[in-house]
Design a protein around this ligand. Structure first.
Ligand SMILES: [Zn+2]
Length: 153
C-alpha cells in the first residue's frame, strides 16, 4: 500500500446538477491523461473507471468509488503519489453553482471522516486542489481553503 498523507478535494468545474459520473468518466477517458508519460493512467482503474479521482459525489449526494486507494490518480500534480482525490460535481466559482448541494456536503462529511480515520490523515492535510495547483481555483473560489476540513473538525 502506498503511503497516503493528503486528501485533495475537487469540483468538476461543470454545472453540478447536470454532471453525471458517466460524463466525467468520458471526459477523463477522452483526455487520455498521461498516455505517453504514464501509460498506467490511460487504462481504466481496477473498478472500471477512467475517472482520475478516487471518489465522485454527484449533485444528489450519491457517492461512487472510482479507483482503489492503492491506485494512483492523476488529479493533484506532485501530490498524486501520496493523495486521494475526491470530486464534487459542480462549479463553485462566482457566476456558477454557489455552493455544493446539502446532500453532497452530507456525503462528503461522512467520506472525509472515514478516510481521515482509516488512513490517519491530519485535518490540515485535507485540502482543495489549488493547494497543489495555485494557478487553479479548484474546488472553486466560493469555498474557503479550510471549508472541507472544517466539515469534520
Ligand atoms: Zn481539481
Amino acid at each position: 500500500m502506498r503511503r497516503l498523507t493528503f486528501i485533495v478535494v475537487h469540483h468538476t468545474a461543470t454545472p453540478g446538477r447536470a454532471t453525471s459520473l458517466a460524463a466525467v468518466d468520458g471526459a477523463h477517458r477522452r483526455r487520455n491523461w498521461g498516455t505517453t508519460a504514464q501509460p498506467a493512467y490511460a487504462k481504466p482503474s481496477a473498478l472500471g473507471y477512467f475517472v482520475q479521482y478516487h471518489y465522485f459525489i454527484n449533485w444528489q449526494g450519491i457517492l461512487t468509488q472510482t479507483r482503489l486507494e492503492r491506485e494512483i490518480g492523476w488529479h493533484a500534480n506532485r501530490a498524486n503519489p501520496y493523495s486521494l482525490g475526491v470530486a464534487l460535481s459542480g462549479w463553485f466559482d462566482p457566476g456558477y453553482d454557489r455552493a455544493p448541494a446539502p446532500a453532497q456536503v452530507a456525503t462528503l462529511r461522512l467520506l472525509l471522516r472515514k478516510l481521515a480515520d482509516q488512513f490517519q490523515i491530519p485535518l490540515a492535510q485535507i485540502v482543495p486542489h489549488r493547494h497543489f495547483a495555485p494557478y487553479k481555483s479548484c474546488y472553486g473560489a466560493n469555498l474557503a481553503n479550510d471549508w472541507a476540513r472544517r466539515l469534520i473538525s
